[in-house]
Design a protein around this ligand. Structure first.
Ligand SMILES: Cc1cc2nc3c(=O)[nH]c(=O)nc-3n(C[C@H](O)[C@H](O)[C@H](O)COP(=O)(O)OP(=O)(O)OC[C@H]3O[C@@H](n4cnc5c(N)ncnc54)[C@H](O)[C@@H]3O)c2cc1C
Length: 442
């Protein structure tokens, strides 16, 4: 009988595992269902470039039903997995929840933004994990510059030109660097604003930035950002964002019109809430074969799983795209082996190093022992990430965006109205009776 394989989450692990399965499984062996609340996979390493307008946001996401033809794609959330009964509760985007039965489950719901109980954070900060947040940020930065150029109130102007990014990992550093690039480019259309008026602060809780790279590259990056006028604050976690004023533990305060929260993620709570075995921080306890420890018919990988790192005994693989993609590919092969009753293979991958883009044609890269900074680091960042963009179609579109950017200035138009398209219509409706009455009175 055909096995029903349910993949929970359509990110790196879900998409690559389902795609691998589709290639490897024989018709009649298994049917794949993949569930994701958005219906597309987000290529997160390019979110910063999407936020800066260097890449079109649609090009950093891959629609699951297009990439995974042959698989059943359900758009909505899995809210609970009852593994004893082999059913998942599925909440579609519209309509009532219902149960989806399966024989084998793949837990690939990744991580969620890590929240901390900091006053004012929820009201005044924006996260940086989704394409929606990236689009919002781009519109927001452009709107802040326009607001600063148009106000006659110095306080309003100063606030609009103050930007704080919390978190010195990939996400925070790249977001700040690319946002600054966007703002710098846009200043040519606001001749009344001097570059020195813009205030950029990177707040990091530990003693260094880019912990994913060699310490010297983190130091190089901090120095490069400082030369660009960024106030890089180390050992300075944010302690309050009340009234939009970012207060850091070292006493620094910034009355900021923009606070970006990029202080890391935590494993998706779905697994723990569903009774899967999890470790201290909520990652699913996985084996090196990418099965869930002690549970038959259950697999897990990626940011939400604690997968033993066989190249570093006692440790677990880091939550990054490099491991997620490679684990997904092996996961597909192991699922096929499992369905066929064959031996599974263990996951072993020695970390290759990493890359980060800093806008302004600068970047840092570490590939094995080779360290690159500046323009070469930037080229390595682009080449590395382009290679991992899923589908040829998306690779070509990203490459086209970059090529066009070499010949034309980036668009500096803010389309924040897209986020609330109902506003104009509602204003028009509200004004209509008044106009009609005024017309009758006249
Ligand atoms: C801004 C940013 C920049 C990054 N840059 C880099 C980088 O330069 N290099 C690098 O190696 N790594 C980078 N990463 C990390 C990398 O993107 C992750 O390690 C990788 O995405 C993990 O893959 P995953 O499949 O485990 O999770 P994800 O890719 O996050 O996928 C999880 C999926 O599960 C879905 N989901 C969530 N809840 C549910 C639910 N209840 N039901 C169904 N589906 C659900 C989500 O919608 C999502 O699509 C970056 C991350 C971010 C946020």
């Amino acid at each position: 009988m055909r096995k029903q394989i349910l993949v929970v989450g359509g990110g790196y692990v879900g998409l690559y595992a389902a795609r691998g399965l589709r290639k490897l499984i024989r018709s009649g062996e298994a049917e794949v269902t993949i569930v994701d609340p958005r219906g597309y996979m987000t290529y997160q390493p390019f979110l910063a470039e999407a936020a800066a307008g260097a890449i079109e946001p649609r090009h950093v996401v891959a629609p699951l039903n297009r990439v995974l033809r042959g698989a059943k794609v359900l758009t909505g959330k899995v809210t609970h997995v009852d593994h004893d009964r082999r059913v998942a509760t599925f909440q579609p985007v519209k309509g009532r929840p219902y149960e989806v039965a399966y024989d084998i489950v793949v837990m690939a719901a990744g991580s969620i933004t890590r929240g901390l109980p900091i006053k004012g954070l929820a009201e005044h900060a924006v996260g940086f994990k989704t394409v929606g947040e990236a689009v919002h940020l781009r519109n927001h930065v452009l709107a802040q510059l326009a607001a600063a150029a148009s106000t006659d109130d110095p306080e309003v102007r100063r606030r609009a030109l103050t930007f704080v990014v919390v978190g010195g990992g990939f996400a925070g550093v790249e977001a700040l660097a690319e946002m600054q690039g966007l703002a710098d480019d846009t200043l040519r259309y606001h001749p009344g604003i001097a570059r020195e008026e813009l205030s950029w602060t990177l707040a990091e809780a530990t003693g260094g930035i880019l912990p994913e790279l060699h310490e010297s590259l983190g130091e190089w990056t901090a120095e490069a950002l400082r030369k660009r006028g960024v106030d890089v604050r180390l050992n300075a976690p944010i302690v309050s964002a009340e009234n939009g004023v970012a207060t850091l533990s070292d006493g620094t305060t910034r009355d900021a019109g923009t606070i970006v929260w990029a202080a890391g993620g935590r494993p998706n709570p779905l697994a723990a809430a569903s009774g899967f075995p999890v470790d201290r921080i909520g990652r699913i306890r996985a084996t090196e074969y990418l099965t869930v420890d002690g549970l038959p018919d259950a697999f897990a990988a990626g940011d939400g799983a604690a997968v033993p790192d066989l190249t570093n005994p006692g440790a677990f693989t880091a939550p990054n795209a490099q491991h997620a993609v490679r684990q997904a590919k092996l996961l597909a092969r192991n699922l096929v082996a499992y369905v066929r009753g064959r031996k599974l293979k263990a996951y072993r991958h020695a970390y290759l190093g990493s890359v980060a883009g800093l806008g302004h044609h600068q970047g840092v890269a570490q590939v094995y022992r080779i360290k690159l900074t500046g323009f070469l680091g930037w080229l390595a960042h682009r080449a590395y990430h382009l290679a991992w963009v899923p589908t040829f179609n998306h690779k070509a579109k990203v490459l086209a965006d970059w090529t066009l950017a070499m010949f034309f200035r980036r668009e500096a138009v803010q389309l924040g109205g897209l986020e609330h398209p109902e506003t104009d219509f509602q204003e028009a409706l509200a004004a209509a009776p008044a106009q009609a009455q005024a017309g009758r009175a006249a």
